[in-house]
Design a binder for this molecule. Structure first.
Ligand code: SF4
Ligand code: SF4
Length: 198
């Protein structure tokens, strides 16, 4: 059995108690979401297809391709081998850095695809540990208030991490099959058509 996931390095709030001064269990509630306006969210084709399908839009309206291995994260991006080199995927942005799905609602930033957002958005910015494996998907330095954690939040992180891992594993299976079954003319257009039927 894999080691149990724990959220680490955040103040721990006992059940029924409030977060200490300067911290919150839900810092996003009143936030303008500078994270979504600054950072580039990485995702798999599996996650992107889910968004594209729900919105009835082409995959290319959801993601942009990041060429080369320089921006590859060792476990949460999966390089897609195309004829002109590997690509990984990121959510589309507008105005240079804002996630295309970030909406301003009054002074707050809200995710327009909250229920469909990719795994990296679900886990950010929780630092987690599973046995000796530590995972940080991004620092909380953009957050205007400190994060705290309670048992309910940790359970949600476990659930979200398991779902994210399943998506990544599915993407890895797709890429392995694609590499075996499509030896030539590995274009992006062929990949999107092939993977939609996989
Ligand atoms: S910057 Fe931090 S608090 Fe604000 S929306 Fe992003 S994760 Fe939440
Ligand atoms: S998908 Fe949603 S949570 Fe993720 S970066 Fe975009 S607006 Fe933020």
């Amino acid at each position: 059995m894999p080691p149990r996931l724990h959220v680490i390095n955040l103040p721990r709030v006992p059940a029924g108690e409030g977060a200490p001064a300067g911290y919150s269990l839900a810092p996003c509630a009143n936030c303008a979401a500078p994270c979504c306006a600054t950072l580039r969210a990485r995702l798999t084709t599996v996650e992107a297809q889910r968004i594209a399908s729900a919105l009835s839009v082409p995959l290319d309206d959801v993601v942009t391709r990041v060429p080369g291995a320089g921006h590859h994260h060792p476990w949460f991006t999966v390089p897609i081998p195309l004829a002109d080199g590997p690509v990984t995927l990121a959510l589309r942005q507008r105005d240079g850095s804002r996630c295309a799905f970030l909406h301003e609602v009054g002074a707050r930033g809200r995710c327009a695809i909250h229920a469909l957002r990719p795994g990296v958005c679900r886990i950010y910015p929780y630092p987690v540990r599973e046995g000796t494996l530590r995972t940080d998907v991004g620092s909380a330095e953009l957050c205007p208030i400190g994060w705290a954690v309670d048992d309910a939040a940790e359970r949600a992180v476990r659930r979200d991490m398991a779902a994210w891992r399943a998506d990544i594993a599915r993407e890895e299976q797709h890429v392995a099959r694609w590499a075996r079954q499509v030896p030539r003319r590995r274009t992006w257009e062929r990949w999107t058509a092939w993977v939609s039927g996989a």
